[in-house]
Design a binder for this molecule. Structure first.
Ligand SMILES: Nc1ncnc2c1ncn2[C@@H]1O[C@H](COP(=O)(O)OP(=O)(O)OP(=O)(O)O)[C@@H](O)[C@H]1O
Length: 744
C-alpha cells in the first residue's frame, strides 16, 4: 500500500468518525423540533399552574426542560439557513488533556465547537457555542501556550456532510491515537474563492483577532490595521459575541452597524445571520436616518463643505430664517383695534421664540410673542382680555399656519438652493457657497439626495425638533377661508393633505408613492426620529466626515462603540477636524485598542504593488504582512485609450478562466459609459473606486489608475484602496493618453 493511500484512508476514517458526531447533533435538533411543541404546551399549562400558586414539585424540572428545548428549537430553526449557506453547524473539535482527572477518572476530553450550542437528553453538551468560555481555547491555544489542547481540528462541512478536516497540533509529541491530517485550516480558508458575499471566519479566527472579538463591551474598542487584515470581519464577530455575552442589554438596546455604502452592507449582510444573529441593524451612511435614503455622492469639494463643522454655523443660522414664502406682515382687528405687525416685528418675535424653543415646538410661544407685540401697539383696555382674543383670533391662526408651520428639515435644506441665502448666512467662501447652492439645485433637478446630505438633515432635524402636525380639530372655518385667499401672503403651494393635515410645501401624502416631481420625491415620507443604540459599530471610520460623526454621536449617546479603520485608506482630508468630532461622539468613555498586522486577503504579489505605491506617498502608512503567495505577479499593461474597452473584456474573460468567484472591473466614473457594454455576465461587476471600500473580489481589473488618483476623494489613498481589493489575481490597465504614475 502506498503512503498516499494510507493517508487517504486515515483521512477517510477521521471524516467518518466526525460524521458520526455531526449526525448525532442534527438528530438532536430534529428531535427537539418535534418535542418543543409538546413542551411548549406543557409550559403554558405550567404558567397557569404558577398563577394559581400550587407549587407543583415538578415545576423546576419542567422549567429547565422547557428552556433547554426552547433553545434547541430556535437552534433547529436556524439550521435551515445554515444549511442553505453550505456552512456547517459544527466546525471545530478540541482534543484536550487535563491535569486533574474528572469524576470518572478520565483526563482526556473531546469538545466540539459550533455556531450554536446543542445538548443531548442528559444535558450533556454535544456542541459548545463558539462564543462560550469553553470554546475560547479553540482560538487561543498555541504550541507555546497550548492551554491543555493536544489537537485543534477544523471540520469542513457542506450542510450536514463533513467533507474534510484540517488539524493543528499544539504539542510536540501527541499520544498515538491523536492522528493529524491536513495542511492547516487557515491557509485552506484563504485560498478558496471569495464569492460575492463576505463569509464568517468562525472556524479560523486567529488568536489576536479573538482578543479583539472577546474584549469587554464597555467604552470604545478601536480596531486598526492595513487593508485585508480582517478588521471588518473581526468587528462583526465581536457584534455577535456581545449579543451572546449580554443578550438583554444588546438585543434590547440594539446594535447598529454602519458602513460606507449600500454595496458594503449588501456585502456583509450574511455574516451575522450565519452566526445565528439577526437582530443587528445594518446601515450605510446614506440611510442612517429614517425617511431619507441616499447613494449619490457630491463632487469632492462640495462633500468637503457639507462634511465640515463649518457648515454647522450656517445651519444654526438657517433654522432662524423666515420661511421663504411666508407672509411678511400680519394685519388684523382684535377687540376693535387695528393691529399691524411688520417684518421687523415678526423677525424680533421669531428670534425671541427660538432662543428658548426648537422651532417645531415653538408654535404656542410664537403666538404669545405676537400677542405681546400686538398689545404693545394697543396698551388700552383690559390686557388679559385682549391677549385672549388675540390668541383665539381666526386671522391670527390662519396667519400662523403660514408663518410658523411645521418644518421638515429636508425642506429647509432645500432653501439652500438659493445662493443669495447661502451667502447671507455666511461662514463659507464664495466658491463653497456657490457649490453648495448648485448642489441643491441639482438635487431639485434629479430628485435625489447625496450621502453627505443625510448628516445635514439629521443636524437640522435635531435643531428643529420633530415635525408635529397641527391638530386637525383646530382647522376650522378661518383656515379654509384663508387657504382660499392664501395668495395674499404669497403662499402658492400650501395644500391640505389627503389625511386632513396641512402639509409642507410640495410634500406628498403618506402613501409613499413615487412622484414624477423631483421635489416631491425629495420630500416623500417622513423623517424619522434619531434612534439610540446600546452599541454602535463603525466600519471604514477613517472616511467619516465630522458631520457624520455628529450624526452617529446622536445615536450612541449611551452606547459602547467598536470603531474600525485605516488612515492610509482615508478619503476625508481634514483628519484633525474629523478626530475632534469623533472624540466628542465618544465622550469620556474608556478606550482600548487592537492592531491587526496580517493581511489575509491579498496574495503577497498583489499587496506588494499596492504597498510600494502608498509608502511612497504616505510614508507612515500601516503596512501589514501578506500571508499567502500565489506565484502570480499582477499584470500591469499600457493600452491605447480607444482600445481600453476591448482590452477590459479580454482581461475579464482571462481572469474568469483563472479564478472561480467574483471578478470586478474597477474604473473611475468617467470610464463607466464606455465600459458598461463590455462588462457583463454573472459574477462580473463594474464599480467605481469609492464603492469598493470594504469589499473584496477574487480578481480585479483596475482601469486608469491615474484618473482614480485625479478624480476620487483621497487621491492616491483611493488608489491604494482599489489596488488592495483582489484576493488572487489583478490586472492594471493604463490607457496611453493618461501617462504612467511614477509610483507604480
Ligand atoms: N482568521 C481568518 N480566517 C479566514 N479568513 C480571514 C481571517 N481573517 C480575515 N480573513 C479574511 O480576510 C479578508 C479581509 O478581511 P476584512 O475585509 O475584514 O479586512 P479589512 O481589514 O476590513 O480590510 P479593508 O480595510 O481593506 O477593508 C476577508 O475575506 C476575511 O474573511
Amino acid at each position: 500500500m502506498t503512503e498516499l493511500a494510507t493517508t487517504d484512508q486515515a483521512v477517510a476514517a477521521e471524516i467518518a468518525a466526525e460524521q458520526a458526531h455531526v449526525d448525532k447533533v442534527y438528530a438532536e435538533l430534529g428531535k427537539a423540533a418535534a418535542r418543543v411543541e409538546l413542551v411548549h404546551a406543557e409550559g403554558m399549562a405550567r404558567g397557569q399552574t404558577d398563577r394559581r400558586g400550587t407549587g407543583d414539585p415538578r415545576e423546576e424540572e419542567m422549567a429547565g426542560l422547557f428552556e433547554r428545548d426552547a433553545l434547541v428549537y430556535s437552534a433547529s430553526k436556524r439550521r435551515a439557513s445554515l444549511e442553505h449557506q453550505h456552512e456547517g453547524l459544527v466546525f471545530g473539535r478540541l482534543d484536550l488533556e487535563h491535569e486533574v482527572p474528572d469524576e470518572q477518572g478520565a483526563t482526556r476530553e473531546v469538545r466540539y465547537v459550533g455556531r450554536l450550542g446543542v445538548r443531548d437528553d442528559d444535558y450533556e453538551p454535544l456542541v459548545v457555542d463558539w462564543r462560550a468560555p469553553a470554546a475560547a481555547p479553540f482560538y487561543r491555544a498555541t504550541p507555546v501556550d497550548p492551554q491543555g489542547v493536544l489537537r485543534r481540528r477544523v471540520l469542513r462541512c457542506q450542510g450536514v456532510q463533513v467533507v474534510g478536516v484540517e488539524d493543528d497540533l499544539m504539542v510536540a509529541e501527541p499520544p498515538e491515537d491523536v492522528v493529524v491530517v491536513g495542511d492547516g485550516a487557515l491557509l485552506a480558508a484563504l485560498t478558496r474563492s471569495r464569492g460575492a458575499r463576505m463569509r464568517d471566519i468562525v472556524a479560523t479566527i486567529q488568536h489576536h483577532q479573538d482578543e479583539a472579538i472577546r474584549a469587554p463591551a464597555r467604552g470604545v474598542t478601536e480596531i486598526t490595521g492595513g487593508p485585508g487584515t480582517g478588521k471588518t470581519v473581526v468587528a462583526l464577530h465581536r457584534a455577535a459575541y456581545l449579543l451572546y455575552s449580554d443578550r438583554r442589554r444588546f438585543e434590547g438596546g440594539g446594535v447598529l452597524v454602519v458602513g460606507p455604502s449600500a454595496a458594503y452592507t449588501a456585502y456583509i449582510e450574511r455574516v451575522l445571520p450565519s452566526l445565528g444573529e439577526d437582530s443587528v441593524v445594518l446601515r450605510s451612511l446614506g440611510d442612517v436616518l429614517g425617511g431619507i435614503t441616499a447613494t449619490r455622492l457630491d463632487p469632492p469639494a462640495v462633500a468637503a463643505t457639507k462634511g465640515s463643522l463649518r457648515v454647522r454655523r450656517l445651519l444654526a443660522r438657517l433654522v432662524r430664517e423666515p420661511i421663504p414664502d411666508a407672509p411678511l406682515q400680519l394685519r388684523t382687528f382684535v377687540a376693535g383695534h387695528a393691529i399691524r405687525l411688520d417684518a421687523p416685528d415678526l423677525d424680533r418675535a421669531r428670534a425671541q421664540v427660538l432662543r428658548h424653543h426648537h422651532r417645531n415646538a415653538g408654535y404656542d410661544a410664537a403666538v404669545e410673542a405676537l400677542a405681546q407685540l400686538a398689545w404693545a401697539q394697543v396698551e388700552h383696555g383690559e390686557r388679559d382680555d385682549f391677549l385672549d382674543r388675540f390668541r383665539d383670533s381666526g386671522d391670527v391662526e390662519a396667519f400662523m399656519r403660514h408663518w410658523w408651520r411645521p418644518l421638515d428639515p429636508r425642506e429647509m435644506l432645500l432653501w439652500l438652493a438659493d445662493e443669495g441665502l447661502v451667502r447671507r448666512l455666511g461662514g463659507l467662501d464664495a466658491g463653497a457657497a456657490a457649490g453648495l447652492a448648485a448642489s441643491y439645485q441639482e438635487a431639485l433637478r434629479l430628485g435625489t439626495w447625496t450621502v453627505a446630505d443625510v448628516a445635514l438633515v439629521d443636524d437640522l432635524a435635531a435643531r428643529l425638533g420633530p415635525v408635529v402636525d397641527l391638530p386637525s380639530e383646530e382647522r376650522g372655518f378661518y383656515e379654509i377661508e384663508e387657504l382660499d385667499d392664501a395668495s395674499q401672503y404669497g403662499v402658492s403651494a400650501l395644500r391640505v393633505g389627503a389625511d386632513g393635515g396641512t402639509e409642507a410645501t410640495g410634500a406628498p401624502g403618506r402613501g409613499q408613492r413615487v412622484s414624477a416631481d423631483p421635489r416631491e420625491r425629495l420630500l416623500a415620507g417622513r423623517v424619522g426620529e434619531s434612534e439610540e443604540y446600546a452599541h454602535v459599530l463603525v466600519d471604514e471610520a477613517q472616511d467619516l466626515s465630522p458631520m457624520q460623526w455628529r450624526m452617529l454621536g446622536r445615536r450612541g449617546r449611551w452606547a459602547s462603540w467598536t470603531v474600525v479603520g485605516d488612515l492610509a485608506q482615508a478619503s476625508w482630508d481634514d483628519l484633525a477636524e474629523a478626530r475632534q468630532a469623533r472624540e466628542e461622539a465618544f465622550g469620556s468613555a474608556p478606550r482600548r485598542a487592537f492592531h491587526m498586522d496580517t493581511n489575509y486577503r491579498n496574495a503577497r504579489e498583489i499587496f506588494d504593488l499596492a504597498a510600494r505605491l502608498i509608502t511612497e506617498h504616505v510614508p507612515d502608512a500601516d503596512i501589514p504582512q501578506a500571508v499567502r503567495e500565489t506565484g502570480h505577479e499582477p499584470r500591469d499593461v499600457t493600452v491605447w485609450a480607444e482600445e481600453t474597452p476591448a482590452r477590459v473584456a479580454e482581461e475579464v474573460a482571462e481572469l474568469r478562466a483563472l479564478v472561480s468567484g467574483a471578478v470586478a472591473v474597477i474604473a473611475p466614473w468617467s470610464w463607466h459609459e464606455r465600459l458598461a457594454p463590455v462588462v457583463a455576465g454573472e459574477q462580473v461587476v463594474l464599480v467605481d473606486p469609492l464603492s469598493t471600500k470594504g469589499l473584496e473580489y477574487d480578481a480585479t481589473v483596475v482601469v486608469d489608475p491615474d484618473a482614480v488618483v485625479r478624480e476620487a476623494p483621497g487621491g492616491v489613498r483611493a488608489l491604494y484602496v482599489v489596488l488592495t481589493r483582489a484576493a488572487h489575481r489583478m490586472t492594471v490597465l493604463r490607457p496611453e493618453a493618461t501617462g504612467v504614475p511614477a509610483a507604480l
